[in-house]
Design a protein around this ligand. Structure first.
Ligand code: UDX
Length: 464
């Protein structure tokens, strides 16, 4: 059992802290926000994450985790201090390291015994070297301190599971002491550990995230071509997935990747390359494809309709993915302003993201249009002229083709997540536009997993 301090209680810090406590370590989570600390002490998680609150409460009751703003006390005699503060993107694409620097200085000025500082935040290659030097420069007491890199691979919505059952733990160290201590800290997790040097560990994080971003952008690029040549991206992805070298995950075409990692980490690596006089062409391509893909549905709908002015527009899903209330880089944020500019009256539904969205776009009149937040899918769809699906929440997947036909004034659906079979929607009388597939009205190629259309006369279009 080790005494661990965690700096920052965002997704990375809080989940790491709770999981360290869960396996038996003595954890103190530090945050500068007093309100947040009080909330956590009362057993409430400041972030929406399945299973997290239960673990917070259990470990708090067992005395294995505490929350504080008092970093001096927390860092003073810690065996290891994990840094999980944010590294937000700056306008030029580089990562803002000011939060890391603040924590590093607090550590240097307060540790009273030998300590391993572990950077979990995603940082540019070489940052850990600088953090170590920075701490040495400001060190007050005569103690040994080293910095290790331990990048985080959790996905939002499954963060606790991803941490407790991670596919690998990456540890980047420059000494046997640091490597040995980190291995011991992770021993109770019983997970595969990959030990490398610090710079390689930093790079593994970017290379992994950017590879996944590339995979998604590649599928989106191919999807757009599929539409033009009459192929179906879902059949294509299924056919590709049997090749183990390709794999079956992250092949879903859609309206671009969002969230706090892929957009930021692709731009950061491109920036790092540029700083080193190198052009990272593949990652640049992923960024370009993603930018265009985000507004794909708006562009499709603009071609189909002469105006959005005065139309009731149902928006299903606002968050960047299901299972989170996070809106960062969500496709809804690219499309909603365009729709409002065009005078749309939006009725938006999201099971958990609406509150955050309303902070950016308050309910009521907004520019030429308006936005109303509703409590269920039916209210959004009732008498709507057009519907956009931005997030694949379970509640939204549960809407049937017949529901769209029955509830909407004109059953015209633009689906950014390919939730329905093209022909099933066509058969139900819904004009259905999705990603990388034909529209239901076109009715040419049949998706192999669907029933063929029986009666094409049932196809409806807006205004019918
Ligand atoms: C991601 C990584 O998965 C995680 O390992 C890393 O630590 C942080 O970034 P996260 O951003 O939480 O996690 O979500 P993820 O589930 O990976 O999805 C990212 C984006 O890609 C979402 O916008 C999602 O909709 C999109 N996506 C994902 C697709 O468009 N198609 C896919 O096939 C998979």
């Amino acid at each position: 059992m080790y005494k661990i301090a965690v700096a920052g209680t965002g997704y990375v810090g809080l989940v790491a802290g709770v999981c360290f406590a869960e396996v038996g370590h003595q954890v103190t989570c530090v945050d500068i926000d007093e309100k947040k600390v009080d909330l956590m002490k009362s057993g409430v998680s400041p972030i929406y994450e399945a299973g997290l609150e239960e673990l917070m409460q259990m470990n708090y009751a067992a005395g294995r985790i505490e929350y504080t703003t008092d970093y001096k006390q927390a860092y003073r005699d810690a065996d290891a201090i994990f840094i999980g503060v944010g590294t937000p993107e700056q306008p030029d694409g580089s990562a803002n390291l000011s939060y890391i620097a603040t924590v590093a200085r607090q550590i240097a000025e307060n540790i009273e015994k030998d300590c391993l500082v572990v950077v979990k935040s995603t940082v540019p290659v070489g940052t850990n070297d600088k953090v170590e030097q920075f701490i040495q420069d400001f060190l007050v007491n005569d103690v040994k301190v080293e910095v290790a890199s331990n990048p985080e691979f959790l996905a939002q919505g499954s963060a606790v599971h991803d941490t407790l059952y991670a596919e690998r733990i990456i540890i980047g160290t420059e000494s046997k002491w640091a490597e040995g201590l980190l291995k011991k800290i992770y021993e109770p997790f019983h997970l595969p550990i990959v030990a490398v040097n610090r710079r390689s560990a930093e790079m593994i994080k970017y290379a992994s995230n950017d590879f996944l971003a590339l995979k998604i952008s590649y599928m989106n690029d191919i999807a757009n071509l599929c539409e033009l040549v009459g192929a179906d991206i879902q059949d294509v992805a299924r056919g590709m997935s049997f090749d183990e070298r390709i794999g079956s995950k992250f092949l879903n075409a859609g309206i671009g990747y969002g969230g706090s990692c892929f957009p930021k980490d692709t731009k950061a690596l491109e920036y790092i390359a540029k700083q080193n006089g190198y052009e990272l062409k593949t990652v640049k391509a992923a960024i370009d494809v993603n930018k265009d893909q985000k507004t794909l549905l708006y562009k499709k709908a603009s071609k189909r309709l002469i105006t959005f002015n005065g139309l009731k527009v149902a928006v299903l899903g606002l968050t960047f993915k299901p299972g989170t209330d996070d809106l960062r880089e969500a496709p809804s944020l690219d499309n909603v302003p365009l729709l409002l500019e065009q005078g749309a009256d939006i009725y938006a539904y999201d099971p958990v993201g609406a509150e955050n969205f309303a902070k950016l776009y308050p309910q009521g009149k907004n520019g030429k249009g308006s936005i109303t937040y509703v409590g269920n899918v039916e209210e959004a769809l009732e008498e709507a002229n057009v519907c956009f699906v931005f997030t694949e929440w379970g509640e939204i997947k549960a809407v049937t083709p017949a529901d769209y036909k029955k509830l909407m004034r004109t059953p015209l659906v633009f689906d950014g997540r390919n939730l329905y079979g093209v022909y099933v929607m066509g058969e139900a009388g819904v004009e259905y536009h999705s990603v990388g597939r034909q529209t239901s009205a076109a009715g040419r190629s049949r998706n192999q997993s669907e029933e063929p259309v029986k009666d094409e006369t049932k196809l409806q279009s807006i205004g019918s």
